[in-house]
Design a protein around this ligand. Structure first.
Ligand SMILES: Nc1nc2c(c(=O)[nH]1)N[C@H]1C(S)=C(S)[C@@H](COP(=O)(O)OP(=O)(O)OC[C@H]3O[C@@H](n4cnc5c(=O)[nH]c(N)nc54)[C@H](O)[C@@H]3O)O[C@H]1N2
Ligand SMILES: Nc1nc2c(c(=O)[nH]1)N[C@H]1C(S)=C(S)[C@@H](COP(=O)(O)OP(=O)(O)OC[C@H]3O[C@@H](n4cnc5c(=O)[nH]c(N)nc54)[C@H](O)[C@@H]3O)O[C@H]1N2
Ligand code: SF4
Ligand SMILES: [Mo]
Length: 676
């Protein structure tokens, strides 16, 4: 592979590595070996030269003085932040000698990897690491913190992560952003929607918070948290009652429309209004717009599925386009996730066959606190990479107590001394994605992209693949899979005859073109990967799995006697906890705010701008309050995963798992609020 690293000055293609659906094509401007400017690739068909503020300012992070330059070992007490520099050799030897002892005494399952998508590169996030931990026979991690509940729900209806091509949404005439803060979290979908709007499209936003996305809507519909499936069922009720369904489509492409028609009779607008807080006349208006305007497109967000009932909620919303036959119309349908189209050869990339004990325990990452404090036999070592669980995982106080265990050997591989790394015994410095080779597959648009190293490694930092090669070598794993290069791994991954959409894409083409669009065909006519091959409005599989076979509204779990539902989502200028430790991004964001309804504020004697304490039986936070009409009474909302000790929102969130996929329930917790 030709190297951009040696060229000290110039403009080089790249990919945004962050966990964001847009997966932008970037141009990195280099001067004297350093990146001086990051911009969107004007030729990338989706990015079209536009990128978000966070990444335009990412050089601040890449060259932040606080970035880790060399490995560290702990010298003080856990969490005391006392470390000293060590060599890579000592770091790797220390880790492996510890692990060999643990394996001998407690077995390999006493070791737990903990990772997520701090870098979305397929090699970095789920390549050599998977091979290593499978071969090690460590406990396996169920990576369920983000979207597994919703994905499981969507899959029951549609068979997999398949929606429409977002580039087609410029043809839509009705666009519903449903539980997605797209202005911050999927900005290019907003650009496409604005284009559609110029051609007469209406934009509706359904959310619990009138945030930046709600403010852009033609019509904002506030809803009570965790009640969206009831609203979707209410829409279905009206679509059937007023004969706005596409019977030909239902007959040809779905299973169970007759059962559904009878089932939704109970979800009349008055009942639904009582559940959702949406006025009866608005439910009618929404259903009639949805029933009559074509093409209509629903962008299904992550918000509604971070709840106790999140899986069923997404399952229910995803039935809607079938009722109106919208999947057949260009620009009609929905997107939840499009990950299925860019499926690659994970068997070869990750080598699950290396895991010999097929009964190895699997630990749900949302239950990290419990796993560290209560699991028997105990977890004795944790290896964290590409994630910051001390900030992002629910029940943060439990997580931190667990991380602080004297007998837990913690290793953290990251670019920064994160809140998690502060608990580490050994800290390893990670390269930024711009220093690595990797390939990227968006979960929203249809492009596969390649990253080649553009800048030299920062200090002594190493990429994830390099670290796991070193660990494997020290373990004495001589399987050839640990010697393969990044290039070889990419070739293996994209050589995947099972996915015909990738048929014409190979490594050479990727290197030559930088990004290539998968040859995706419309979903219909065609066979879906559901058991019936059709859209399953009635799902036998759900029945077998212990769920109601038809879409259903289930209330949230009782979370105690606190007056407010607490919705702590991400913010505009951070990406989860990434950037929350970079001064520039903090200055854009200023400070965390708690949004509260005027009625509630009045009852509590709280005024706009007051400092408040937010608390429940799990923990507490302090922040400034914004009083207004942006949230309904009984709901408080805050944005951003801040790292300040008093701003740890996850100290308040429950570690219950959702109804499906072991998903997180960040938004189903209750709190009380008082003036400080
Ligand atoms: N700027 C920025 N972009 C990001 C991220 C980031 O941290 N910052 N994170 C990235 C990641 S990992 C993800 S998963 C995505 C997430 O991005 P989104 O899909 O936008 O998900 P959230 O922001 O979690 O929640 C979306 C909206 O759901 C609302 N909501 C909460 N509960 C409910 C409910 O019950 N019903 C309805 N209708 N709405 C509800 C929230 O108020 C919020 O406005 O964004 C990615 N992009
Ligand atoms: N309250 C609340 N909590 C939430 C959410 C919410 O909406 N509300 N959202 C949840 C969601 S959807 C998600 S996806 C999770 C995300 O949680 P995480 O995946 O933990 O995401 P980040 O906080 O961005 O942390 C990623 C870390 O990876 C590091 N990193 C980046 N690149 C590399 C690399 O190449 N190698 C290594 N070793 N490290 C690297 C970064 O420096 C950073 O510290 O948070 C969840 N937590
Ligand atoms: S965070 Fe999202 S919008 Fe921003 S540059 Fe990356 S992919 Fe594009
Ligand atoms: Mo996420």
């Amino acid at each position: 592979m030709h190297s951009y690293v040696d060229q000290r000055t110039g403009v080089f293609p790249s990919v945004c590595p962050l966990d964001c659906p847009d997966q932008c094509g970037l141009l990195l401007h280099k001067k004297d070996g350093k990146i001086v400017k990051i911009e969107g690739d004007p030729n990338h068909p989706v990015t079209k030269g536009n990128i978000c503020n966070k990444v335009r300012n990412m050089t601040e992070r890449i060259y932040d003085e606080k970035r880790l330059k060399y490995p560290l070992k702990r010298t003080g007490a856990k969490g005391e932040e006392k470390f000293e520099r060590i060599s890579w050799n000592e770091a790797i030897k220390t880790i492996i000698s510890h692990w060999k002892d643990l394996i001998q005494t407690y077995g390999p399952e006493s070791i737990l990897p903990y990772s997520f998508y701090g870098n979305m590169g397929n090699l970095s996030a789920e390549g050599m690491d998977r091979r290593f931990f499978y071969r090690l026979g460590s406990s396996q991690l169920d990576r369920s913190i983000c979207s597994t509940a919703g994905n499981a729900g969507y899959k029951y209806t549609m068979g997999g992560s398949f929606g429409i091509d977002p580039e087609d949404t410029i043809h839509s005439k009705l666009i519903i952003f449903w539980g997605i803060n797209a202005v911050s979290t999927n900005m290019h979908q907003v650009v496409l929607a604005q284009k559609a709007r110029k051609n007469g499209a209406k934009i509706i936003v359904i959310d619990v918070h009138k945030n930046q996305t709600g403010r852009l809507a033609d019509w904002f519909i506030p809803i009570l948290p965790g009640t969206d499936s009831a609203l979707a069922l209410g829409i279905m009720h009206i679509l059937f009652a007023e004969d706005m369904v596409d019977t030909a489509f239902l007959q040809k492409y779905t299973v169970g429309h007759e059962e559904l028609r009878e089932h939704v009779v109970q979800y009349d607008p008055v009942t639904v209004s009582g559940i959702t807080g949406v006025p009866v006349e608005d439910i009618y208006k929404l259903a009639r717009m949805y029933g009559k305007i074509s093409p209509s497109f629903i962008r299904i967000g992550n918000g509604p599925q971070h709840h106790d009932n999140g899986g069923m909620c997404i399952r229910t919303i995803s039935c809607l386009p079938a009722l109106t036959g919208q999947w057949l119309v260009k620009g009609g349908g929905a997107i939840k996730s499009n990950k299925g189209y860019l499926a690659h050869n994970t068997e070869r990339l990750q080598r699950p066959d290396l895991l010999k004990n097929k009964h190895t325990r699997i630990i749900n990452m949302n239950l990290l606190g419990q796993a560290l404090l209560e699991l028997d036999p105990p977890v004795k070592s944790l290896f964290v990479y590409g994630s910051n669980p001390a900030v992002v995982a629910p029940e943060a106080n439990k997580v931190r107590k667990g991380l602080g265990r004297e007998d837990l050997f913690v290793v953290v591989h990251d670019l920064f001394l994160t809140e998690t790394a502060k608990y580490a015994d050994i800290v390893l410095p990670a390269t930024s994605s711009f220093e690595n080779t990797d390939f990227y597959t968006s979960y929203w648009h249809h492009y596969i992209q390649i990253q080649q190293p553009v800048i030299e490694r920062y200090g002594e930092s190493k990429s994830n693949t390099e670290v796991f090669r070193l660990l494997a070598k020290e373990m004495g794993f001589d399987d050839c899979v640990f010697n393969e290069t990044d290039e070889e791994m990419i070739m293996q991954a994209i050589d995947y005859p099972n996915n015909l959409y990738l048929e014409e894409i190979d490594y050479e083409t990727l290197v030559e073109k930088q990004y290539v669009k998968a040859k995706v065909k419309p979903l219909f006519p065609g066979k879906l990967p559901t058991p019936s091959g059709k859209i399953e409005l009635y799902s036998k599989k759900m029945e077998v799995d212990g769920y109601p076979p038809l879409p259903t509204y289930t209330p949230l779990v009782n979370d105690g006697d606190f007056p407010f539902l607490f919705v702590p989502g991400p913010n505009h200028n951070f990406l989860n906890s990434t950037f929350s430790n970079n001064e520039k991004h903090i200055s854009f964001e200023k400070e965390p705010r708690l949004h509260m309804n005027v009625k509630d504020a009045l009852a509590k004697g709280i005024k706009d701008g007051d400092q408040v304490r937010v608390w429940n039986n799990r923990g507490e936070c302090e922040m400034k309050v914004s009083v207004g009409e942006n949230v309904l009474p009984g709901v408080v909302v805050t944005q951003g995963l801040w790292v300040g000790a008093k701003q740890l929102v996850n100290s308040l969130t429950p570690d219950r798992v959702a109804d499906m996929g072991g998903g997180a329930t960040f938004f189903s917790g209750r709190v009380d609020v008082e003036k400080l």
